[in-house]
Ligand binder design. Structure first.
Ligand code: PMV
Length: 319
């Protein structure tokens, strides 16, 4: 039997992380430049349920039975078996390759879940629809932290820039024009579980203050949606920076992230902020064609571990 594979991209949150957990809207974009690829090979002579998982990048080579119940890969496979009413999935070898940095705020976990769910459901002859893929990936996300907003699995499954608000239909964003971001990895690991817990704790201690932060982020997100729809990149840049100021007050930034953001702004970025859970991970800087390479160089000089440029455009090919 030939190998079956599926892919899923990374993602970045443009604005609205954390506040989105508390019901505010947020804007997320897929990053198809970074991908997870999951390949399934049949193991025809092994008994059903014999599943070997190989992920060379994280040094994983294990039988499914050796993984803890709460391991996200095991969880995704058992949710799939339940979905299809199977007591065991067919015997297979699962190969996972990803170029998405782990714990960097770019959705590496959700990307593995989405590619895995797609590949395994195709392998057993019942490829799932995007809604089903996203719903199962959302259940897996709950392992990473108990109250995921659902933004990661949604943008990664649908692969389009979108406005996400919990409990509402997602809204794909029609970008007036393409724009360029530089993404720089601080090299500090970002634990979404820890930062989400910290925000929850601080929210409980200072509910009015934190509700204000969330509400103000929600306002910035709505303004940013409008800026994207009319192609006002200077406005979008200022909104990113304003969002960062609030994230900073919420203690989600770090000196290293602040250094990278400062370096990007001093070399002409239109705006910059952390992206994802924070407490480490990546920053995004909005640039134009004139300052793009200057910002890249400045981020490398400021000690970013990895720096790459992405052009965000409508995924329907209009621009
Ligand atoms: O760090 P990431 O890529 O998992 O992004 C987390 C985004 C949060 O808003 C902090 C959490 C969530 O569930 O939306």
């Amino acid at each position: 039997m030939p190998a079956i594979f599926a892919t899923a991209p990374a993602k970045a949150i443009l604005l609205g992380e954390h506040a989105v957990v508390y019901g505010q809207p947020a804007i997320a974009i897929p990053l198809p430049q970074l991908q997870t690829k999951v390949t399934i090979l049949a193991s025809p002579i092994a008994p059903s349920g014999t599943i070997q998982i190989l992920s060379p990048a994280i040094g994983l080579d294990a039988q499914i039975t050796d993984l803890a119940e709460e391991h996200p890969i095991k969880k995704a496979l058992s949710l799939l078996a339940n979905h299809f009413n199977l007591s065991n999935l067919p015997a297979m070898k699962v190969l996972i390759h990803s170029d998405i940095p782990v714990a960097a705020g770019l959705g590496s976990g959700a990307s593995v879940s989405v590619a895995l769910i797609r590949a395994v459901s195709s392998f057993i002859g019942h490829p799932l629809h995007d809604e089903q893929v996203s719903a199962i990936a959302f259940e897996v996300e709950k392992i990473h932290h108990s109250t995921p907003s659902g933004i990661d699995n949604t943008v990664i499954t649908f692969g389009r820039s979108l406005l996400f608000e919990h409990g509402k239909a997602m809204q794909f964003i029609d970008l007036k024009e393409a724009f360029d971001l530089i993404i720089a990895d601080s090299g500090e690991k970002s634990s979404t579980r820890e930062t989400v817990e910290m925000v929850r704790h601080d929210f409980q201690n200072a509910p009015h203050l934190y509700q204000d932060y969330f509400d103000n982020i929600g306002i910035l997100v709505k303004q940013a949606l409008f800026a994207l729809q009319i192609g006002s990149m200077n406005t979008l840049g200022s909104l990113l920076t304003e969002n960062q100021l609030i994230l900073n007050k919420m203690k989600l930034s770090t000196p290293k992230l602040d250094d990278l953001i400062g370096a990007a702004m001093q070399s002409g970025a239109l705006g910059a902020k952390l992206t994802g859970g924070g407490g480490g991970g990546c920053i995004i800087a909005l640039v134009d064609s004139i300052n793009s390479s200057k910002v890249r160089d400045a981020l490398t000089e400021a000690g970013a571990l990895g720096v790459f440029s992405v052009t965000i455009k409508n995924q329907n090919g209009i621009n």
